[in-house]
Design a protein around this ligand. Structure first.
Ligand code: PBG
Ligand code: ZN
Length: 335
């Protein structure tokens, strides 16, 4: 034994007891970091569980305020709303109807809860168009028409603001969408409404459960002419830079788990409020493994969200938000 060097520095001293570990822990997820996504469905009267997202439901308009209230009472500061309309058309006109599903939901929530919850609305067309794309489609070429789409996204954002949304979150990945929305909001007197841009949104196969839930899969082709190639990180930095120049208050990286390098670089380079979307496929994978007894769900969820925060997220959009809020209420280190 005497031939071994004397260890003056022993890293394990910092790990000896739970109290010591908690004192030197660098990152803690807190409920105040979380945003809870909610699907509001104008076609139903009773909540319906989403097949590929166990524990998540499509919520009828009459129940949405109660659903949000439950999240607020758990200490969750914000929800993000996705709408499932009763009517779709080529130009997604239900997305910007004054009495559309999201607009009505926001009014119901705000009437009940006021500023006790921050209401974020997803601004996109794919749930509202017959073809399921996030923009206007040219019938001849089948291309997505960028500049024509901007007007519709801006109209949608303004209609959400009129209903009382605190933050609008454009997710269509059209060029210039943040500028178009900022200009329209300001013109209509909504200069205090924030924009959280889905700035680096990748064309990911991990959105499949969401598309099943929202009935928003494209009927032809895919989203790779507008959402980003998952191979690219430098391009993500350009997207974020552009959105910030156009007036985004918060930028988002989406998905989260496989994109922590992108998240880290965005936070390092710009140092602005940064969100990460722990998407439906990430939720489904953990749920499926846990249901098989292959993973311990609460531990995995806490690890995943802590690592997303460690990589640079200030806020995390996650379907686990309510579960985590409950866990953290009585939380001490897992044994
Ligand atoms: C709408 C939108 C999508 C998601 C958020 N907003 C789906 C898509 O781009 O097809 C995905 C969220 C998730 O998978 O949890 N454009
Ligand atoms: Zn979309």
């Amino acid at each position: 034994m005497s031939h071994l060097p004397k260890l003056r520095l022993r890293m394990r001293r910092l790990r000896r007891t739970p109290k010591i570990r908690s004192m030197v822990r660098e990152t803690n997820v807190s409920t105040s970091d979380l945003v809870y996504p909610i699907f509001v469905d104008e076609n139903i009267k009773e909540r319906r569980e989403i097949r590929s997202m166990p524990g998540q439901f499509r919520i009828p308009l009459d129940d949405v305020a109660d659903e949000v209230k439950e999240a607020a009472e758990l200490g969750i500061p914000a929800v993000i709303l996705f709408g499932i309309p009763s009517r779709k058309d080529e130009r997604g006109s239900s997305a910007y109807a004054a009495s559309g599903v999201v607009q009505t939901a926001v009014r119901n929530i705000k009437k009940e809860l006021g500023d006790d919850i921050c209401v974020i609305t997803d601004v996109c067309l794919c749930e509202y168009t017959t073809h399921g794309h996030c923009g206007v489609v040219d019938p001849k070429t089948r291309r997505i028409k960028n500049d024509e789409t901007l007007e519709l996204l801006a109209k949608t954002a303004v209609s959400h603001a009129e209903a009382g949304a605190d933050i609008v979150a454009p997710s269509a990945m059209m060029d210039g969408m943040v500028a178009a929305i900022r200009d329209s909001l300001d013109r209509e007197g909504f200069e205090d409404v924030l924009i959280m841009s889905y700035a680096a949104k990748f064309a990911s196969s991990l959105y499949a459960p969401f598309r099943e839930a929202a009935n928003s899969a494209p009927s032809f082709g895919d989203r790779s002419t507008y959402q980003m190639d998952f191979a690219n990180a430098l391009e993500a930095l350009r997207e974020v830079e552009l959105d910030l120049k156009e007036g985004a208050d918060i930028v988002m990286v989406k998905p989260a788990m496989c994109y922590l390098d992108v998240l880290y670089r965005v936070k390092e380079k710009f140092g602005v409020p940064t969100a990460a979307f722990n998407v439906s496929g990430e939720y489904a994978m953990i749920k499926a493994a846990a249901a098989n007894g292959w993973l311990e769900e609460p531990k995995v969820v806490l690890e995943v969200l802590t690592c997303i925060k460690r990589a640079g997220a200030d806020l995390i959009l996650t379907y686990f938000a309510k579960d985590v809020a409950k866990m953290l209420k009585g939380y001490s280190e897992p044994k």
